[in-house]
Design a protein around this ligand. Structure first.
Ligand SMILES: [Zn+2]
Ligand SMILES: [Zn+2]
Length: 301
């Protein structure tokens, strides 16, 4: 699983170096988390294909997190994308988009499903054979959600030489992955553990969107491999961060430590800061494996 930081186009001065929007790639499938202005340009720039993009998650309805969405959806339609598209966001976005399409008399050439996020609740949004995605409420000036993406293990790992040795038919491999033993015609049982080994662990990525420092959603973050937590400010501006429902780098690192995360990505920096290394330096005093997420960067989860 890979996270690509798309961000708003840094050529737009209003956003400074706010890397909010992100693409998550899981075995060829693409998920989009937030869609700030110019996200479709950033996707092209960083090689994110929307052919396999079926799920878009919007954390909240501040413009830096969704102003790129109408343009992206419209482009997808014009370019003949045809897979169904699922959008998960706060309820008001549904009527905003409907009105835009209605006044423009636009009909999309693909199925479009809007899934309103429940305020103050955690929900399972997607659960298929490859990944599971949940939402969880964070604390911001307006209703806001974080998302956790869990890449599922694809079952036990087959040892091909052993399968040949015991003449296991290929049709049985799927059942071996699920841990079953194989019984030969004369009744001899070939143990699963002779034929397979432990699969790689599931991987977990959590995106905490815009939030004030709070432990209220910590239970959703336990033991994640990679955690994205906003750090709009440095510690010297803690009061301002609290007042504006944002966090500091030190607070983000505290959450990563308490969650027992393996890696922390910092983002959503106020444009007042010119030197982003300061964010990593501050976070590393508490959580050493902290990184500044800038647009175009890729992180393996
Ligand atoms: Zn916000
Ligand atoms: Zn924001």
């Amino acid at each position: 699983m890979k996270v690509t930081i798309l961000g708003n186009n840094s050529a737009l001065p209003a956003y400074g170096r706010y890397p909010t929007s992100q693409a998550v790639t899981i075995d060829g499938d693409v998920l989009l988390i937030d869609c700030g202005e110019a996200t479709q340009i950033q996707m092209q720039r960083y090689g994110i294909k929307w052919r396999k993009l079926e799920h878009i998650f919007i954390s909240h309805l501040h413009g830096d997190h969704y102003f790129g969405l109408p343009g992206l959806i419209n482009s997808m339609g014009l370019l003949g994308r045809n897979l169904p598209l699922h959008l998960y966001a706060a309820k008001p976005l549904e009527s905003i988009l409907q009105q835009m399409m209605a006044v423009a008399d636009t009909a999309l050439p693909f199925e479009f499903h809007f899934h309103p996020l429940q305020e103050n609740e955690s929900e399972v949004l997607v659960d298929n054979s490859k990944f599971k995605i949940i939402s969880f409420p964070v604390e911001h000036r307006i209703p806001c959600h974080g998302f956790k993406v869990e890449k599922k293990s694809r079952g036990r790992k087959i040892i091909l030489e052993k399968c040949r040795e015991y003449a296991i038919p290929a049709y049985f491999y799927e059942r071996l992955k699920r841990g079953e033993d194989y019984e030969q015609v004369h009744g001899f049982v070939v143990k699963n553990e002779w034929l397979t080994e432990d699969a790689p662990q599931t991987k977990k990525y959590a995106y905490c969107a815009d939030t004030v420092f709070t432990e209220s959603f910590l239970p959703y973050l336990q033991d994640v491999d990679t955690l994205y937590h906003e750090s709009t400010y440095l510690e010297a501006e803690t009061d301002r961060a609290t007042l504006r429902f944002h966090s500091t780098a030190k607070q983000a690192a505290t959450i990563a430590l308490k969650a027992n995360a393996k890696q922390l990505l910092l983002g959503h920096f106020s444009s007042r800061y010119k030197e982003l290394d300061l964010f990593a330096t501050e976070a590393r005093t508490i959580f050493p494996n902290s990184y500044v997420a800038e647009e175009g960067m890729e992180f393996e989860v």
